[in-house]
Design a binder for this molecule. Sequence first.
Ligand code: SIN
Length: 534
Amino acid sequence: MEPKVMETEVVIIGSGIAGLLTALELPAEKKVVLVTKSALGAGNSSKAQGGIAAALGRNDSVELHIEDTVEAGRYVNARNIVTNILKQAPQVMEKLISLGVAFDKNRGGEFDLAKEGAHSSRRIYHAGGDATGWHIIEQLKKRITKNVEVLELFNAYDLVMKEGRCTGVRGKNKEGEPVVIFADATIVAAGGCGQLYSITSNAEESTGDGLAMAYRAGAKLVDMEYMQFHPTMLFARGRGAGLLSEAIRGEGGILVDEFNHSIMKDRHPLKDLAPRSVTSLAVYENLKSGREVFLSIKNVPDFPERFPTIAGRVLAEGINLAGNLLPVRPGAHFMMGGIAANEWGETSIKGLYAIGEAACTGLHGANRLASNSLLEAAASALLLGSRLKHEGLSVEKASQVHWPLSSVPPILPELGELKGRMDEWAGIVKTKENLLQMREWLVNFQPYLLRSASFELTEEQLTIKNMLTVAWMVINSALERTESRGAHIRADYPTESEKWSSLSINWEGGSLKPSIEKKRSGHERNRYDEPVIN
Ligand code: SIN
């Protein structure tokens, strides 16, 4: 079938906060196409509970926010990027408020700032109690202007490249027809890949499609070993049943075992508000040794009023709130790695930009500080939007559209099998032995990792193909990094190593093997030298 050809100035892949805000930041004269895998705004951003971190309160400062970010990130953050992005907080908050996002206020009419793990100050802005992402996305969606053509249910599956430059994207529209969209600027804002695991806070759409497309196009990806697990996914009816925000612990919630003993009391000076990598590991170790873990909400005042969405979900799962104990499991939450990009979203490929979770700016280091991701996505969207404002048409559109067709039917595993193996062999705590087992299994599908997607594949096959590609990068990066740091925990290398603090693991040119490079910016010595894992 001949593909339908579209031409535009900017194509945006993804409709979370990063994609929508970039679209809104572009001037009304710019021709923009925004493609999204399901409905507009569905995805991780709209599920964000805790909120957006901005050091604007009394007794707070950007310097403190920087220190917290770098300490949680285990000192491998890109310092210059941390500063540049966190400094954007006033502009981001002003923008979101001007677009109509009603952040919660206290009775005195001031913003009701919340606290989350590893923050030294109350600096989390939230909306609707625990529905911050939903409130932001609803406002952004309403304000999309006529110059932005939205294509919902669009399965983007490969970037179009010409002479080393990205010239657009190809995919299948909602009618299942092949479409090529040529653009001067192609923006990947397609989110992360939490769906690689069976328990995840991520939306169904978070299958790493943007990461896989960028990899096949030869873009540089970094830090793919840093997959963050959130310690408190509600566990009900034998499955992950939604996130229990870290903000609950900010209001007095504590992690306890089945004997009601605190599991964080002696584990870290910040106890239940320790960095996420520490709390997740504590939950994991308790479960491993056969003890159930609960989030006790006994000391959280007005729980149903402060956390209405969560309270509703807990009740819907048949759990009695009055019992004050919510069963938890850690779940895949955020990919710190991604397409190497600066704070403006520029990548290693001309014409290709990456923002939000799909990008790796280096802000998060080895472990993201809570609520820094909405800030990063919004800050990059504003910066990129302002940069593209001034760029004119420059791409020479391809006259002939080559539509790759695969001659061999793909052999792909079932989604459940892929997730099950990732849970078993590449979960919170990894070992060389397990990672090698995972790699051996993935090798069966290696011939499909680099090949362009083809129109014959079903949507599910396209998704699984992308997930295998991302799993390949995660596993091989985790094998290379022979230390434990932040969210990357190796039982066989339980400490942080000086050598690795200045090295990064990169994927470029569509290579099946990563390369190891000196990191882009300077690093500091760690303050703690104790083992990450006992
Ligand atoms: C949460 O509400 O616990 C999640 C916040 C985040 O991951 O930034």
